[in-house]
Design a protein. Structure first.
Length: 245
């Protein structure tokens, strides 16, 4: 069993923006792919859990980017489960460059879901054997993002098959693409994301119509909201902080 798992890979053309830096959603996708390989190695992946009608579901994450890697840069991702509390487990991610300089971190909160009832399940006590507890563990993403109505120019999208992951709902990195894709292009040319807090409140499934709203709390702080277009139920709440280039 590997408690701490690391993998190195290069930044590809599909990961980068016109300035040749990796997109925020690409960094998130890369780090989560490494954690998936970790769960496969330890036989606790969605494939292994399917035999007991369960799977992992992401609830919250906090992403902090210190420097975005560029095309062909080699990055190393190190990840491990850091804690378990009842229905919730926490996983940390660290990305560094070839010299060891820290590029980004993610602190995340997950739960185990019954794939039939779609309800949370208590995580088995045996999983505590897989925890890596360190003095420098990342702060748990127990933040709260305030829900409020605000004026916006919404964008709409309908969930299609390519948005879906193995659980049959929208992959969490796709939500990041949606909220950032709804920002003006000129904003992306002037600013680069530094921090993202995101709360996945409900599933979005095939055919659902989504309403995407962004509200500027300040020049560099944005509140993001994705709702079901028809019911108005919140799917995702997020807040991001940006630095000027």
């Amino acid at each position: 069993m590997q408690i701490v798992y690391s993998e190195s890979l290069s930044i590809r053309t599909s990961d980068i923006n016109p300035q040749l830096y990796a997109h925020p959603h690409a960094l998130i996708q890369i780090m989560e792919e490494v954690s998936l390989q970790h769960t496969l190695t330890n036989k606790i992946s969605f494939k292994d859990l399917s035999s007991v009608s369960s799977s992992w579901v992401l609830l919250k994450k906090e992403v902090e980017v210190f420097r975005f890697p560029q095309l062909n840069d080699i990055v190393t991702v190190t990840t491990y489960p850091s804690d378990i509390k009842g229905f919730f487990t926490y996983r940390d991610y660290h990305m560094s460059d070839i010299s060891g300089e820290k590029l980004a971190t993610i602190s995340s909160m997950w739960t185990m879901m019954h794939t039939g009832t779609r309800k949370m399940m208590r995580i088995p006590d045996s999983y505590t054997e897989m925890l890596h507890r360190t003095a420098d563990a990342l702060t748990k993403p127990e933040f709260r993002i305030r829900s409020f109505e605000y004026p916006c120019f919404p964008q709409y999208t309908q969930v299609n098959f390519l948005h879906l992951d193995w659980n049959g709902h929208v992959n969490n990195a796709e939500f990041v693409k949606m909220i950032f894709g709804a920002l003006p292009g000129a904003f992306h040319e002037q600013y680069r994301m530094h921090r993202l807090q995101i709360h996945y409140k409900r599933e979005a499934q095939l055919g659902m119509e989504l309403k995407i709203c962004n509200y500027f709390l300040s020049e560099t702080s944005i509140h993001h909201r994705i709702t079901d277009k028809h019911s108005g139920l919140e799917i995702v709440l997020a807040q991001s902080e940006w630095n000027e280039l």
